[in-house]
Design a protein around this ligand. Structure first.
Ligand code: HXC
Length: 536
């Protein structure tokens, strides 16, 4: 028998020539690391984009990436794909850490066959998703791909099917994040759409089902890549994209920040942080909300910043359906999801897009054990033919469903208007809000005073022919109505509101309420009946 080591503790680099097997391995591995080679990599950089390996090194904690399946190659002999011996088949898969916590990750490498998805490529992504689900860690996709690999025909389409299936299986169990860093064409766009959050970078990210050429052929419309599927239309109009970044580096910073708010899986709670911000910090400035004419608009962000630890607010879907604001804050160090009407846009009214935006975020929060803070200031659902025909009933119902279904702690604060169906929808007691607070300026009623008077007293008003007298009558009736309903007291007396609070005490009351509710739900029990985060 040969002793392998003279001294079992010795571990220094040998001066002897490396054995043949090691030399061969190192050469093969170097080839894999080189990807498509410098010329194609430089062409990628010339488009203002990083290569897949560069992206991994910028996004992940330093030196934390560990790769698997780097030597997988395509088995497709049609059109000579396999003869090219592309190591890794155009996608890098593995694990790394972000903010010290493990994540699973895949990065499509556009310089290799346009990052196109063949069967081997798809199997690598599917494998990393399976491992992420087993390990209960988030999965991040860096997408930069011409879509289904044309040379592999139906095999590539089947590969997408495998990925979509896994997206759904993992939904609501582990956070799934898609970072679009190039083209994302055809049905390929549906994998990101099944994930929880989509990031895009200005100028380089494009998502569409049919590209400009196909659009022109089908409809005659002339449109460029950015106008059709860039970060702007998807963050402002379609709502497909949750976050827009100015550059790839800015994008990676945002991804890291988002992850700092998320638990690793649906069986954990979101990470707490120690804060020096005092729980009982008074927010006297919120008294201005009570001073204000209820018809005057203001940006709800000011209220959110004042309530949050260290004035920090990480907004989601910032450019889409701005009448509702969604995002993460910390309160007393704990992560909280905020849903807030924004009077600065459409007077905070709820429309179809806002309902979808809020409902999907609520379902995400519920899946991942994050408490919900709702700030209410809304005149109701947005009236109009376009809204009715656009399905406000169907979309608005999703919001009702999401609130009623959510079992995480729910705290609601009515600032000013809470009228009609929107009052019920926005985290009301009857959809099982746990603590429902109101400012003294809250108005909780079926509708606003002016509209109510016109309906209730239409006959009396019609009888009055003198216009001045009619106006005086209207004003008196409006005043009577306002005295009764443009206030939170009826709601407080029947228990619809748990407590009317001093605005200055809002932060401390909300944090205390959330602390009482801390053990409301055991994440482990909840996750057994978890239903996922379906795209709404
Ligand atoms: C195979 C592809 C490819 C693809 C690009 N390439 N897309 N190879 N299959 N789908 C290759 C090109 O042949 C080229 O190879 C290299 O990638 C770079 O492509 P370029 O066209 O030179 O780059 P660029 O000018 O930047 O244009 C990028 C692009 C364009 C906009 C993505 O390549 C394009 O339109 N590709 C086709 C997009 C598409 O229609 N995909 C199918 C979508 S349907 P060489 O060797 O010359 O470097 C789909 C179905 C999914 O995905 C269904 C799921 C259910």
């Amino acid at each position: 028998m040969i002793e392998l080591f003279d001294d079992p503790r010795e571990d220094k680099k040998s001066d002897r020539p490396a054995p043949q097997s090691l030399v061969k391995f190192r050469q093969i591995y170097q080839d894999a690391l080189a990807g498509a080679g410098e010329e194609k990599n430089n062409a990628q950089r010339a488009k203002g984009k990083f290569t897949a390996r560069e992206r991994l090194s910028y996004l992940l904690d330093q030196d934390s990436f560990f790769e698997i399946k780097s030597l997988v190659e395509s088995n497709c002999h049609d059109f000579g794909v396999a003869d090219k011996h592309i190591k890794g088949d155009g996608v890098i898969t593995g694990f790394g850490r972000i903010n010290g916590r493990p994540v699973a990750i895949f990065a499509q490498d556009f310089p290799q066959l346009g990052g196109s998805l063949g069967l081997a490529h798809a199997k690598k992504i599917a494998d990393i998703m399976d491992k992420a689900l087993e390990a209960k860690i988030p999965v991040i996709g860096l997408l930069d791909s011409g879509g289904a690999r044309i040379q592999e025909g139906v095999e590539s389409l089947n590969g997408y099917g495998e990925i979509f299936y896994r997206n759904v299986k993992a939904s609501g169990k582990i956070p799934q994040i898609s970072v679009i860093l190039g083209p994302c064409a055809g049905g390929a766009a549906y994998s990101p759409a099944l994930t929880d959050f989509i990031f895009m970078v200005e100028g380089i990210s494009h998502m569409f089902i049919t590209g400009p050429g196909a659009v022109k052929a089908a409809t005659g419309e002339e449109v460029d890549f950015d106008t059709l599927g860039g970060s702007r239309p998807h963050s402002e109009k379609s709502g497909v994209c949750h976050f827009v970044a100015k550059s790839e580096q800015d994008c990676f910073r945002q991804v890291r920040e988002l992850l700092s708010f998320l638990p690793q899986n649906n069986e954990e709670k979101a990470p707490s942080e120690t804060t020096t911000d005092i729980v009982d910090r008074p927010v006297h400035v919120l008294e201005r909300v009570c001073e204000m004419d209820p018809k005057k608009a203001f940006r709800i962000h000011h209220v959110i910043w004042r309530l949050a630890d260290d004035y920090g607010f990480f907004e989601i879907h910032q450019n889409f359906a701005k009448n509702v604001v969604t995002g993460f804050i910390r309160l007393g160090g704990e992560v909280v999801g905020v849903i807030a009407n924004n009077p600065a846009c459409l007077g905070g009214a709820l429309d179809s897009d806002a309902s979808d935006k809020a409902a999907r975020f609520i379902r995400f929060l519920n899946a991942f054990n994050i408490p919900i803070l709702t700030l209410v200031d809304t005149g109701g659902y947005l009236p109009g033919v376009a809204q009715e025909h656009g399905g406000i009933i169907r979309h608005g119902a999703k919001l009702l469903y999401a609130y009623a279904e959510a079992t995480v702690p729910k705290v609601t604060l009515v600032l000013r208007k809470a009228y009609g169906g929107a009052y019920i929808a926005m985290g009301s007691k009857y959809l099982r809000g746990d603590f429902n607070f109101a400012f003294p300026s809250a108005e909780i009623a079926v509708m606003g005073p002016r509209g109510a008077v016109e309906i209730l007293y239409s006959r009396d008003l019609k009888k009055e022919t003198d216009e001045q007298k009619k106006e005086e009558l209207k004003q008196k009736m409006t005043q009577d109505y306002s005295d009764k309903f443009a206030a939170p007291y009826q709601a407080a007396s029947n228990g619809s509101i748990d407590e009317i609070i001093e605005p200055a005490e809002a932060r401390s009351k909300i944090i205390n309420a959330l602390r009482i509710l801390k053990n409301k739900r055991d994440p482990k029990q909840h996750c057994q009946c978890n239903t996922g985060n379906i795209p709404l």
